[in-house]
Write a protein that binds this ligand. Sequence first.
Ligand code: ATP
Length: 515
Amino acid sequence: MTQEELFKKLVAHCKEYGFIFPSSEIYDGLAAVYDYGQLGVELKNNIKHYWWDAMIKLHHNIVGIDAAIFMHPRVWEASGHVGAFNDPLIDNKDSKKRYRADVLIEEWMAKQGEKINKEVEKARKRFENFDEVMFRQTNPRVLEYQAKLDEVHKRMADALNANDLEGLRQIIIDLEIACPISGTRNWTEVRQFNLMFETKIGSVAEGANKIYLRPETAQGIFVNFLNVQKSGRMKIPFGIAQIGKAFRNEIVARQFIFRMREFEQMEMQFFIEPGTEMKWFKHWKEFRMSWHKALGFGDGHYQFHDHDKLAHYANAATDIEYEFPFGFKEVEGIHSRTNYDLSRHGEYSGRKITYFDTEKGESYVPYVIETSIGVDRMVLQVISASLKEEQLENGESRIVMSFPPALAPVKAAVLPLIKKDGLPEMADKIVDKLKFDFNVQYDEKDSIGRRYRRQDAIGTPFCITVDYQTLEDGTVTLRHRDSMEQERVKIDDLHSIISREVGFAKLFEKIVNKD
Ligand code: ATP
C-alpha cells in the first residue's frame, strides 16, 4: 500500500469509527474544519491530560491558566501579529488555486531530496560493502543534486528573511514549478496574506470594535504574567501553561487535521533570567523530545528541524518533526522568544512588566522559552503511529489501533459470551466495578470474534469475556489487544491489572528517568 493510500484509509477509519468527522458535513462540510466524535474526543482529552500533567505535575514551578479567546485588539498590535503574521501566497491563473510560495519551494526541495535517496538506494543494491557516507560525499550526480538543493534552500531563506516577495516568486519561476492542478506555470505575483480572523465586539449601534480570534494562545499567558507571578508568588525560573483554541485563516489547508483553520494548542511559556536562554532552550528541547518518545512509536520517527527564518520575536527556534505518512512534518515548535513579548506589552499598555530578583536586588524583563504543540497534530501523530493492518497466522487480517494504553479512548470492553443465563447481568456488575475509574464499554452484539475485532479497531487495550465459568468461580477471560493473548483472571484483580497498564505513571517514569 502506498503512503497516500494508507493516509486515505486512516481518514476513512477515523470517520467510520467515530473519531473525526468533517465539520457541518450535512452541508458538505467547511474547508479545514473538523469535529471530534465520541472516540476522538476521548483520545484528544487523554493527550491533553498527558501534556498538562507532564507540565504541571512533573514541575513544581509550572502553573496553568485558561485565558479568554477574545483579547483587547492592542494585544495583537503589541505582539506584532497585526503587522507581520503573514504567509506569502501565490495564485495559479489557470487553475485559480492558491498556494503558499514557501511551501511550493519546500515541496520542490523534498523531491530533490528524494532524487538523492533514490541514487543512494540504487547504488546500495549494486555494490557490496556499500559505504553510504562516502557515496554521498563523492558521487558526482548526488553532489550535483545536493548543491542545487543547498542553493535553493539558501535563496529561499534569504528571500523570506528579507521579506523579498519578488525574489520568492523568481525562485518558483527559475525552478519551473508548475501548478499540480493545471500543470501550468502561469503565476501571479506573491502577496502577503494576514492569517488572523476578524470579528466585531459590541452592538453596531454602540460603535462596533474590530477584534481578532487569537492566532496563538501564548499572548493570553504574556498579558497575565504579572497576575500569575504576583498572586502565585512565583520565582524565576517558572512557567505558565495553557491549552486552548487558536484560529488561523490558512491559505492552503489540507492533509486532514494537520492544518486546520480552527485548532487547539498546548503552550508553555517559561520565564527566565536574561542570558540563560540557551541553557533553557536546550533543556526544553530535550524534555519535549522525551515526552514524545515515551509514547513508544519509535525514536527514528522524530527529528529536530531548526528554523531558517526566525519569527520576529525569536533568537533561536526548532521544530520537533514526526514522520507522518506524508513525510517528516512539524508537530511542535520550541522557541526562544527573548523578552520581546513582555517588553512590547509593557510599551503598549504603559504598565511596568518586570520581575524583581530579590537575591540579586535588581529588576529585569524576563526572557522566555516557549514550547508550543498542536493538539490536533498530536492526535494525527498518535493515530498515524497506531493504525495497523496485521496479517494473522490463520490467514485472516485485522485492523488494530495500538494506542499507548494511557491514551486509548476506551480502556476495557466487557463482553458476555452469550446474551442469556445471567451472563449479561454478571457483565453489568463488572462494568459497575470498573466504571468509576475507567472508560469501559459493554457489548453483547455479534459473535465474540467480531466484538474483539471491533475493539481492536478502536484501540481498546483489554477485552473481558464473561462465560459460564465466571458464574461458578468468579474468573473471566482477559484478552490483551496487541498480543491477542488470553488469560484467566479473577474479577477482583481486574481493577489493579487495568490500572497498572493504563495509568500515565508508566509514561511519566520514562520521561523523568531520562532526565
Ligand atoms: P506551520 O509552519 O506548519 O504553519 P507554525 O510554525 O506556524 O506551523 P506555530 O506558530 O509554531 O506553527 O504553532 C505551534 C504549533 O501549533 C505547531 O507546531 C502545530 O502543532 C500547531 N499548529 C499551527 N498551525 C496549525 C494549524 N493550522 N492546524 C493545526 N495545528 C496547527
